[in-house]
Design a protein around this ligand. Structure first.
Ligand code: LLP
Length: 428
């Protein structure tokens, strides 16, 4: 049916939202790599783009990025094995996979040692524990520069109240400690927080330069971490990536000059690469008024998309069909999910105060789409209230394919050994 103002059909990468929901069910994460392509292009001034897979570690996405020369960061045994499973090599120059953490869980340490991947240490204990197994080799240090900034207090990873990184004043001692166990510090890494801004990001290069000059180490790499924001709403500031890259390159060159040897510059984005590539489709299952307030209750909740409940993060919401139908009136609505918890609301501020948004009038059974959910969407989903995790779909060249089947209820119960009494509930 041709699109017209009265039969407008919203699409994702050219495919109608209604058809995607019909074919794959809801709630549903849908990704399209077009925006990722553009985001990669704007970062090409960096020597290495290392994807922070915690943002979204679906194997199809990891493979897509690997095929385009992107390297990867891993923060757990699971992320490490996932990267190796999709074909990243354990060793290489620059290291295809870097393991970054503030502590080693036992199994992660064993896996790191066995695979030989490069380690970015965020604590002196990590250096000692790695040194007990590896008596030679290179490491990088993740440094807390004494400042940090993020879109939320919970995503600020610098300063005295942050658990992340080696305190900047401890860096020279850590270089000596590493050498004492046979490890050479050849890189410095800084990640000040997630969803920060140009003013704060601009301080990272300068801090790396200052710390690089303060230590006696044969540095070959500096990483400015991730944290690059994404503008999802017209009023959001758009990051001047060219200015950011220029700042980082200038800091790299100054430090290289001071050290008398070339330096490799890495950037480690998660959100910036993949946030815009993802959309969540959900169905309105109930509509109610509570006094003056109108609620659309949908089949996705904070077990599907945690960010609004966790940080007060805002995502653009659209109707999944007939949005421009002229007869519809626009009303302030609260979008909430199925969980037995008052905080299960997609439209709230960072303090948990409910904030209605304007949406055209809708009916039960209609679809809503939440945009900008490609980063920290599925990866932070859970089985809260015994809900299975949603399916994921990838659209490329006009074709949609399922890249993660909907979790079955049997899988949710399997770990405790409880069999499902009705196998039909297991259908993913
Ligand atoms: N590098 C390191 C060491 C990190 O810890 C992180 C994010 C990144 C890179 C990537 O940061 P990005 O470019 O995505 O901002 N769940 C939160 C974000 C937590 C980020 C944790 N670390 C959210 O949904 O906003």
């Amino acid at each position: 049916m041709p699109a017209s103002s009265s039969h407008y059909r919203p699409t994702i990468a050219g495919l109608p939202v209604t058809e995607l929901a019909h074919s794959f069910g809801t709630p549903l994460y849908v990704y399209s790599p077009e925006t990722i392509e553009r985001r990669l292009a704007e970062l090409k001034a960096f020597d290495t783009i290392r994807y922070a897979q915690k943002a979204n570690s679906n194997g199809v996405l990891l493979t897509w990025l690997r095929d385009r020369g992107v390297l990867v960061d891993a923060v757990s045994e699971g992320e490490l094995l996932h990267a190796l499973a999709v074909g990243f090599s354990a060793r290489g120059t620059p290291p295809p996979v870097v393991f970054t953490a503030d502590l080693f869980e036992h199994r992660a340490l064993a896996r790191v040692v066995e695979s030989g991947v490069h380690v970015n240490c965020g604590s002196a204990d990590m250096i000692e524990q790695l040194g007990a197994f590896r008596s030679q080799g290179e490491i990088t240090l993740r440094i807390n520069p004494g400042f940090g900034h993020g879109h939320s207090r919970k995503t600020n990873t610098g300063g005295e109240w942050s658990k992340h990184g080696i305190w900047h004043e401890e860096a020279p001692a850590c270089v000596r400690r590493a050498r004492a166990v046979g490890l050479e510090v050849t890189g410095l890494h800084l990640h000040i927080g997630s969803g920060t801004d140009l003013a704060q990001l601009g301080r990272v290069g300068d801090a790396l330069e200052r710390i690089g000059r303060s230590i006696d180490a044969p540095l070959r790499t500096i990483s400015v971490g991730g944290g690059l924001p994404v503008a999802l709403f017209p009023e959001d500031d758009e990051l001047d990536v060219a200015a950011y890259a220029e700042h980082c390159l200038a800091a790299r060159d100054r430090l290289a000059q001071a050290l008398g040897s070339p330096l490799h510059l890495e950037v480690e984005p998660g959100r910036r690469l993949v946030a815009e590539s993802g959309t969540l489709i959900t169905e309105i299952r109930a509509i109610k008024r509570t006094g003056r307030q109108l609620f659309y209750l949908v089949d996705a909740g904070f077990h599907t998309l945690m960010r609004p409940a966790m940080y007060g993060a805002r995502h653009p919401v659209r109707l999944g069909a007939r949005e421009t139908e002229p007869s519809r009136t626009v009303e302030p609505v609260v979008i909430a999910g199925p969980l037995c918890e008052s905080g299960d609301v997609f439209t709230q501020d960072a303090q948990g105060v409910v904030e209605p948004i304007s949406l055209p009038e809708a009916c039960v059974g209609e679809l809503l789409v939440l945009e900008g959910v490609g980063a920290y969407g599925f990866s932070m989903s859970s089985n809260y209230n015994s809900h299975p995790r949603p399916a994921e779909v990838w659209i490329e060249d006009g074709r949609a394919r399922c890249i993660r089947r909907r979790q079955g209820l049997g899988e949710v119960l399997a770990d405790e050994g409880t069999p499902l009494i009705d196998r039909r509930a297991d259908a993913g």
